[in-house]
Design a protein around this ligand. Structure first.
Ligand SMILES: N[C@@H](CCC(=O)N[C@@H](CS)C(=O)NCC(=O)O)C(=O)O
Length: 310
């Protein structure tokens, strides 16, 4: 089956932990989607043509709408495909807060364990690329030194997961898997793919490992593959479905039509410029054009991203 303007295209790579979070959500919702493999390091000319400068992975494309970062990707999947929901009960707000923990504190502990333990992923080109991404030295020797401390941090957080499962529930929020499971799981998957020492830390918590196996069994939905050029062709032929929407509570008075720039507040802070189409407390959409993809609308979360009037 060929992809079209309604297809879910995930710009990703297989060893990308944040992509795994989205793949689990695609599995939960039993969705059909297209994997568009992107390079692990820059340059990523096709991706940047779509996003206007955002280079991180994953990015979701549906026609000429481009969603940057897992928070807005998953929010959009929930909006378009509400059933089954990623919310299990009692987690509609704090589910997102859980993701902020797993994407930052928990993820950084995993990163230090993986790269401090020595992994084939970190060749010279990779290290140079990640230094550019973060604006800081990617210091393997320092990570090696920090690895024992980070093992302690990682273990403490595994303990929270174990406590959450202590009443015998199958998944973190109850009997059904949801956003919290996807958010926690991808960090453990990243460790499993890359770090035998990290995998040992997980093995010390059998209840966590059993839960992990249940999440893995959910799968990734139905995956097809698509080439990067074909994904660009779809964007060029499509029109964004995003409607202009005023945001009455916008703290800085931004309104549709304003020229703005959007950037991540952590790493990969390349600003993306465009004309504001719609915004809310959780979402901002900007329109921009590129010769290879025509006019597209690029979507970002608000939490974790900074918006400035251009
Ligand atoms: N906040 C972002 C984080 C994404 C992220 O850090 N992705 C990693 C890969 S898993 C990345 O982009 N690394 C740099 C690269 O691949 O170029 C999200 O939720 O999607």
């Amino acid at each position: 089956m060929a992809a079209d303007a309604n297809s879910i295209i995930l710009h990703q790579y297989d060893v990308s932990p944040f992509s795994e979070k989205v793949r689990v959500v695609l599995g939960l919702k039993k969705l059909e989607w297209y994997a568009c493999d992107e390079p692990v390091i820059m340059p990523k000319p096709e991706l940047v043509a779509l996003t206007g400068g955002y280079r991180k992975i994953p990015v979701m494309q549906i026609g000429a709408d481009i969603y940057c970062a897992t928070q807005i990707i998953i929010r959009e999947l929930e909006r378009r495909f509400p059933s089954p929901s990623i919310f299990v009960g009692g987690d509609k707000g704090l589910g997102w807060g859980t993701a902020m923990w797993t994407d930052r504190v928990f993820f950084q502990a995993a990163v230090a364990i993986i790269f401090g333990g020595g992994t084939a992923l970190a060749d010279e080109a990779f290290i140079k690329d990640r230094e550019k991404l973060t604006g800081r030295p990617f210091d393997i020797a320092a990570m090696k030194q920090a690895a024992p401390l980070m093992a302690e941090q990682f273990r403490a957080q595994l303990g929270w997961i174990d406590d959450q499962l202590a009443d015998g529930r199958a998944f973190l929020m109850g009997e059904r898997a949801g956003l919290a499971d996807a958010s926690v799981f991808y960090n453990l998957a990243f460790i499993r793919w890359t770090s035998p020492a990290g995998a040992k830390l997980i093995a010390a918590w059998p209840r966590v490992a059993e839960w992990e196996a249940r999440v893995a069994a959910i799968g990734h939905g139905t995956r097809h593959e698509i080439a990067r050029e074909a994904a660009l062709d779809i964007a060029r032929a499509a029109t964004s479905t995003e409607e202009p929407r005023a945001d009455t509570g916008e703290p800085n008075g931004l309104k549709p039509g304003d020229r703005v720039s959007v950037m991540a507040d952590d790493y990969g802070r390349d600003p993306i410029m465009g004309e504001l189409v719609s915004s809310s407390a959780q979402h901002i959409a900007i329109r921009r054009a590129d010769p290879r993809v025509g006019e597209v609308v690029v979507h970002f979360p608000r939490a974790g991203f900074l918006v400035m009037k251009a």
